[in-house]
Structure formats: structure tokens, C-alpha cells
Design a protein around this ligand. Structure first.
Ligand code: 2BA
Ligand code: 2BA
Length: 109
């Protein structure tokens, strides 16, 4: 069994959740924040049998598209001034950042 951790854009998260359920993949969805843009993104945890890992990765790839995003400056009010980006920057926000981890043990109590 593997644990797939997929960080996707909020924009794609509902569609991905729907497609996972429709294809009988179990998942847990977390509301997360990117360390660089400080904007919301969504992290999916999916515990999946080894033989379905490729199918799941293809589904994520098909569902989450790459796009450019211009990041406006964010006022560092109440935050850390060291991380202040004083000018708009264009970044390519990945369709999905995916980690595949081995699972040592899986239990349901
Ligand atoms: P949910 O996805 O909201 O699922 C709630 C319950 O609905 C599940 O309880 C299960 O009894 C049923 N269920 C979910 N998907 C199903 C399916 N495709 N077919 C038939 N029944 C289904 P639990 O299995 O105790 O799971 C509780 C929560 O734990 C899940 O909430 C999900 O957030 C998480 N979870 C379970 N298995 C997971 C996995 N393999 N990977 C990631 N998260 C998992
Ligand atoms: P953020 O950290 O908010 O990053 C958003 C996008 O900004 C990144 O897209 C990347 O294109 C760019 N970016 C990030 N750090 C940068 C830097 N130091 N210099 C220049 N550009 C930078 P993605 O790479 O597609 O990542 C999307 C989100 O996935 C990230 O949001 C973060 O939440 C997560 N992520 C990406 N790589 C990760 C990793 N190695 N570990 C944990 N989370 C990761």
C-alpha cells in the first residue's frame, strides 16, 4: 500500500474529489497553505493499494492543470516582514505536487 500526498490548487480540488470518489479511491482532503505564495491550496491524502498507484497518478495528472499565476504584493501586516515580496511575480503553479510514500501498517479501529 502507498500513501499519495497530492497538493493541488483550490481551483481543481472539487473536481479531483469528485473524480476520486467516482473511481472508488478513498481520500481525505485538507485545507493547506503554500509556503511561498501564502495562498490556500488543498492537500489530498490517499491510501491506495500498490496496483492502483499508477491509475491514481494518471487521474491526478488529468484533473489538475498547470497555470501561470501573478502574485500581487502582500502587505506584511502582522506577518514576517522578511518574507515580504514588494513586486508582482509570475510563477507557474504546478498542476499537482505529489509525494508517494510507503505505508508500513494500515489499521481501521
Ligand atoms: P470519508 O471519505 O468521508 O468516508 C466515510 C465513510 O464512508 C468511510 O469510513 C467508509 O465507511 C465509507 N466509505 C468511504 N468511501 C467509500 C467507498 N468508496 N465505498 C464504500 N464506502 C465508503 P472509514 O473507512 O472509517 O473512513 C473514515 C474517513 O477516513 C474517510 O472519510 C476518509 O476521510 C478517511 N480515509 C479512509 N480511508 C482512507 C484512505 N485509504 N486514504 C485516505 N483517507 C482515508
Ligand atoms: P507555494 O509554496 O505557495 O508555491 C507556489 C508556486 O510558487 C510553486 O508551485 C512554484 O512555482 C513557485 N515557488 C515556490 N517556491 C519558490 C521559490 N523559492 N522560488 C521561486 N518560485 C517558487 P508548485 O511548485 O507547483 O507548488 C505548489 C504548492 O505545492 C506550493 O505552494 C506548496 O504548498 C506545495 N509544494 C511544492 N513543493 C513542495 C515540497 N517540496 N514540499 C512540500 N510542499 C511543496
Amino acid at each position: 500500500m502507498k500513501m499519495i500526498i497530492a497538493i493541488v490548487q483550490d481551483h481543481d480540488s472539487q473536481r479531483l474529489a469528485d473524480r476520486l470518489a467516482k473511481n472508488d479511491f478513498r481520500s481525505t482532503k485538507l485545507a493547506t497553505t503554500g509556503g511561498f505564495l501564502r495562498a490556500g491550496n488543498t492537500t489530498f491524502l490517499c491510501g491506495v493499494r500498490d496496483e492502483r498507484v499508477d491509475e491514481l497518478l494518471t487521474l491526478i495528472d488529468d484533473t489538475c492543470g498547470n497555470r501561470e499565476q501573478t502574485v500581487a504584493p502582500v502587505t506584511p501586516m502582522g506577518g514576517n516582514a522578511d518574507s515580504y515580496i514588494p513586486y508582482p511575480v509570475e510563477v507557474e503553479v504546478g498542476g499537482a505536487t505529489v509525494f508517494v510514500l510507503p505505508i508500513e501498517q494500515f489499521e481501521r479501529f
